[in-house]
Each structure stands twice: as C-alpha cells, then as structure tokens.
Design a protein around this ligand. Structure first.
Ligand code: MN
Ligand code: MN
Length: 312
C-alpha cells in the first residue's frame, strides 16, 4: 500500500502533477459535479499568439490556491466532486476541426450531467463551447467580460472564425437569448465609429469600462441580474483586466478593470443560474512574474466557489 497521494489537498503546492488545484486527472464522469477542461489553442488570434500555453500555466498557478474561499466562506472542493479532464485534442492548423473537437468533448461532459469550466486558449473557443451548451440548455444568457466586443466580421472571407468573431456567430446561430447578452469592460481603439453600434444591432448590451467606472460595479451587476433570465454562461477574456494586472495576453488594452473589480464582477454573479464558464486569452510568453495566470486561476476559483454555494 502507498499512502502517498498522487493528487489532492494533502500535497504541498510544489509537489505532484500540476493538475488544476491538484485535482485528480480523470475522464470518469460518474458522480462528477464540475469538470475542468483545457483548450490549448491560439490559431484564432489576430495578433500575438501564445494562448496555447494558457491552460498549462493556469493549472500551475492554481496549485497555490488553498481550498477555502475566505470571502465567500466556502471550500468548493469539499462541496463538489471536481476533476481535471485534461485537454481537447486541438489541431493548430485547423480552427474548424478544433472547433468540432471542442464541441464534441464539451457535449460529452455536460450531457453526462457535469458543469464545465474551460481554460483557454484564445476566444474563438467560446463559439464551439456555446454550441455545446445551447444544445443541452437551449439558448443561454451570456455574461462576457472583455476589452473587445468580439462581434466583428472576419477579415478573411475564406475563414469566418477567429477570436474576434465568436459572439457574432453565437448571436446569428441563435445560441444566446434575446436581450440577455451583456459585455462588460469594453474599450480601446476600434476599426471605426460603428463597431459598438454594430454589436448593439446584433443584440449585445455593451458596457464600456467608462460606464463601469462611472456607475460602479454594484450598479452594473444589478443590471446583469435584471437582464439574465435563462441559464447563464460566463466567458471571461483576461484582457478585460488592465495590462497592469494581466500583461500576459495577446491584445492588451490600457485602462481596464482592476483584478479586484474583475473578481467582484464574477463574485457578483451569485444567485444566477450558472451553467458554464470559460477563461480565455492568457498568453504566458507575454506574462511577467506569472501575475496573469495567477489572476486567471483565482477567477476560476471564484467561479467554482459560486457553484459550491449554489449547491448548499
Ligand atoms: Mn475576447
Ligand atoms: Mn479581448
């Protein structure tokens, strides 16, 4: 017998295989409440790559997270059966094949009854994830934290998909409930004066960083709670945070959310019918002192804590 555990809270943070929060690496879905899945893909990026290394670094950063959430007073891993499912088999040279692989793996997990938390990867992965969730739950309410609207049209006629287009297609494919799509933290130079109006015409409620600062996080959250009536999917682009807090990303935009505001925005989703989550655009080659992956891991932990509170 070996009483030396391979996984779990009994390990020191610097020991063992770096699964998310030292969770068991497993593809057994029986009695599993929550699955952590990685998508190491960055071929949807428009500028700097590197998010293919995101899942691995976020997992590594998560090793330091002790189990008890002191703000929410909950220990999610004691309440929920959570596994680290490993990564989707991506094909770096084919966004379309990768998207199919993402939808298939995500569907298998959520059809088995588990909630899915996905570590990206660039933001193009949100579309196949939304397809999988909408297949099970019907059209979802969407909370989207980002510097960018990501409802653009593709620059390339031959390939419609990139990390700048996922929500255009999600809206067009009817994956999102009407009037229940909020994007928060939006800012920065865009291609023209109509970009935000186009997002609104497609069905987004665009909340700029200016509006967040002017109104405060609480008032923004009140609007989110008022709007969201269906099952809520949450997608967090790490570049919603200011590059001072999250430099490790491909398309940084100055003047963003603080790490505390970002945590507040996720924490404030408590009470909504939370069905799925992704955290995208962490690009470790551009990170400094691992602060971006540490922030990312803690945002995932915050969301995981919300799922645990809900089950109480
Ligand atoms: Mn994005
Ligand atoms: Mn972005």
């Amino acid at each position: 017998m070996n009483d030396n555990p391979a996984f779990g809270a009994g390990l020191q943070p610097f020991m063992g295989i770096p699964s998310f929060m030292r969770l068991p690496a497993s593809r057994e879905l029986k009695n599993v409440d929550v699955v952590i899945m990685g998508v190491p893909f960055d071929s949807g990026t428009s500028y700097r790559t590197g998010t293919r290394f995101g899942p691995r670094k976020i997992r590594e950063a998560s090793l330091m997270i002790w189990g008890h959430n002191s703000t929410l007073n909950v220990a999610p891993l004691k309440k929920l059966n959570v596994v680290d499912y490993g990564d989707v088999s991506v094909i770096p040279t084919s966004i379309e094949h990768t998207m199919t692989a993402i939808t298939n793996m995500a569907s298998g997990i959520i059809e088995a009854g588990a909630k899915l938390i996905t570590l990206g990867g660039d933001h193009s992965i949100a579309l196949p994830l939304l397809r999988a969730h909408a297949k099970k739950y019907g059209p979802v309410s969407l909370v989207h934290l980002d510097a960018h609207i990501d409802t653009w049209e593709s620059e390339f006629e031959a390939v419609p998909y990139s990390h700048g287009t996922p929500f255009r297609y999600a809206l067009q494919e009817g994956l999102i409930r009407k009037g229940e799509y909020v994007q928060i933290g939006i800012r920065g130079p865009v291609s023209g004066e109509n970009d935000y109006a186009d997002a609104a015409a497609l069905g987004a409620r665009t909340i700029t960083i200016h509006e967040v600062v002017q109104k405060g996080v609480d008032e923004i959250l009140q609007e989110v709670h008022k709007r969201m009536k269906g099952p809520v999917y949450v997608t967090v682009d790490i570049d919603s945070a200011d590059p001072a807090f999250a430099p490790g990303t491909g398309t940084p935009e100055v003047g963003g959310l603080t790490s505390y505001q970002l945590l507040q925005l996720v924490r404030g989703l408590h009470g909504l019918d939370l069905i799925g989550f992704d955290l995208v655009e962490v690009s470790p080659p551009f990170d400094h002192g691992e602060i971006t992956s540490i922030l990312a891991a803690n945002i995932v932990f915050e969301y995981l804590s919300l799922l645990a509170i809900k089950d109480e």
